[in-house]
Design a protein around this ligand. Structure first.
Ligand code: FAD
Ligand code: NAD
Length: 452
């Protein structure tokens, strides 16, 4: 006999799980959500939100410290940063959002249970907290257990070897930092510390940083890292760490701390997923276009199901699964999921990359020809549209530039709505804004750009 019975049980209250719980509650589904940590998961507690808070703080600090080197005529006495206070501010935002998520779930009528969940069978889960254990049975179960940092055997986490979680909690600015892995997290956090005054070295195994993308898109980020004094070693491998020195196959790097950001692995171990023998997709839980696993009644959403490991993808999947459990007819038919790398400058990609789809062409427009970019002292970066030759449909948009993340909604909207070059070109874009460069890229593709 179960202690709790419900229609829907969700394991994990990250962006995937908590959105699923809120929507399910709104739909009148008797819902229980379990998490061993604070509501909000990786994203809210040790991921998206804390990293963006520190990126903002570091950016402000860097702008102030470098005011006299800029052409604006501003000078300030040498500022200082108290990282412990910055981190306390970041933690206060996290706390506010924890409370907010709890409140939203409660308002929707979903019950939150604190503890660690483990499957007993396809309909029952045991939840343990301290010495207490109780069972929950449900008609439908959603696995939303997320992901955890990958650990390198040669650089086990602990002491000076940090994962992103510890790096986000440092209360003193290290003198030197080696970042192993020049992907999303390594570059976002590496840039934070470089702007705070740390000597940063990035050790990336591939031949360029952010290897998911082509160098045409990532070059402005590489150039800015150089400007910030970050040393980037590419095609390099870390071999070990001893006495404040990171050994690599390209030489030694002096480092007070080493941040290892070589990807994230799904959290499938310890949940009893192995016993259920769910079909896997590599290390991830395999799902179909309904987020249904190989066992009827069990869904999986978010990072545990693989790339792209993004909070907004997890949220969209969570919402869809709630609708499915309510008996609505929906399926995963998103044309594009925007991805933003909050580096300096920021990188946004949405839909197809150049050469990914046959019969497409790519046209770019640089920010050097954009008035707004000039007025913000940042002319680095560009817009790119990937469009189909047969009907001019825009199937991909990429951009790299300061503050470009805020334009990502326009990219997804255009692609979801099936916009073609003519639609975007004929849309009046406000002047002076960086967004005009999207219109200009489309005009350029049609052969009549106005400002280049
Ligand atoms: P998670 O957020 O990982 O949540 C899973 C939850 O399940 C956790 O709370 C965990 O405690 C719980 N759980 C796991 N196992 C159990 C169990 N057995 N019992 C009970 N509870 C359990 N994405 C973006 O889109 N934008 C960003 O800017 C961004 N920045 C990031 C920065 C960093 C430093 C990191 C690490 C990640 C970032 N991400 C970002 C990725 C984003 O955090 C994830 O894609 C997102 O959190 C995935 O959501 P999820 O619901 O699948 O899982
Ligand atoms: P990542 O996949 O973005 O980057 C890992 C990098 O490490 C790659 O460049 C890879 O080539 C390199 N690498 C792998 N093994 C290595 C080794 N032994 N030595 C040196 N380099 C090595 O992974 P991440 O930065 O850890 O981020 C994990 C996930 O979190 C990403 O997939 C992303 O989806 C998500 N995330 C998203 C955001 C965002 O949306 N802004 C921010 C942070 C994280």
């Amino acid at each position: 006999m179960s202690d709790i019975e419900c229609k829907l049980l969700i394991i994990g209250a990250g962006p995937g799980g908590y959105v699923c719980a809120i929507r399910a509650g709104q739909l009148g589904i008797d819902t229980v959500i379990v998490d061993e940590g604070e509501p909000g998961g990786t994203c809210l507690n040790v991921g998206c939100i804390p990293s963006k808070a520190l990126i903002h703080a570091a950016d402000e600090f860097y702008k102030i410290t470098h005011a006299s080197q800029r052409p604006l005529g501003i000078s300030v006495p040498q500022p200082k940063i108290d990282l412990a206070k910055t981190v306390a501010w970041k933690d206060s935002i996290v706390k506010r959002l924890n409370t907010g998520v709890s409140g939203l779930m409660k308002k929707a009528g979903a019950r939150f249970v604190s503890g660690s969940a483990r499957f007993v069978d396809g309909k029952t889960v045991l939840v343990r907290k301290g010495d207490e254990e109780h069972s929950i049975s449900a008609e439908f179960i959603v696995i939303a257990s997320g992901s955890a940092p990958v650990e390198l055997p040669i650089l086990p986490f602990g002491g000076p070897i940090l994962s992103s979680t510890e790096a986000l909690a440092l209360t003193e600015v290290p003198d030197s930092l080696a970042v192993v892995g020049g992907g999303y997290i390594g570059l976002e956090l590496g840039t934070v510390f470089a702007k705070l005054g740390t000597e940063v070295t990035v050790v990336e195994a591939e031949d360029h940083i952010l290897p998911l993308y082509d160098t045409g898109l990532t070059r402005p980020v590489a150039e800015r890292l150089d400007e910030l004094g970050v040393t980037v070693m590419t095609g390099a491998r870390a071999l070990g760490f001893e006495d404040g020195t990171l050994q690599t196959d390209q030489g030694e790097v002096a480092a007070d701390k080493v941040l290892v950001t070589v990807g994230r692995r799904p959290r499938t171990v310890g949940i009893g997923i192995e016993e259920l023998a769910l079909t896997q997709d590599g290390p991830f839980v395999k799902i179909d276009r309904y987020c249904q696993t190989s066992m009827r009644g069990i869904y999986a959403i978010g990072d545990v199901t693989g790339e792209p490991m993004l909070a907004h993808r997890a949220m969209a999947q969570g919402e869809m699964v709630a609708e499915l459990v309510a008996g609505h007819s929906v399926e995963w038919d998103k044309r594009a999921i925007p991805a933003v790398c909050f580096t300096d400058p920021e990188v946004v990609t949405c839909g197809a990359l150049p050469d990914e789809v046959e019969g497409t062409k790519t046209t770019l427009f640089p920010f050097q020809a954009n008035g707004r970019a000039m007025t913000t002292e940042r002319e680095d970066g560009l817009f790119r549209v990937v469009w189909r030759e047969s009907d001019h449909a825009v199937v991909g948009i990429q951009a790299v530039g300061e503050g470009i993340s805020e334009l990502s909604a326009a990219f997804s909207l255009a692609i979801e709505m099936g916009a073609c070059l003519e639609d975007i070109s004929a849309t009046v874009h406000a002047h002076p804004t960086r967004s005009e460069s999207l219109q200009e890229a489309c005009l350029r593709a049609l052969g009549h750009a106005l400002h280049i």
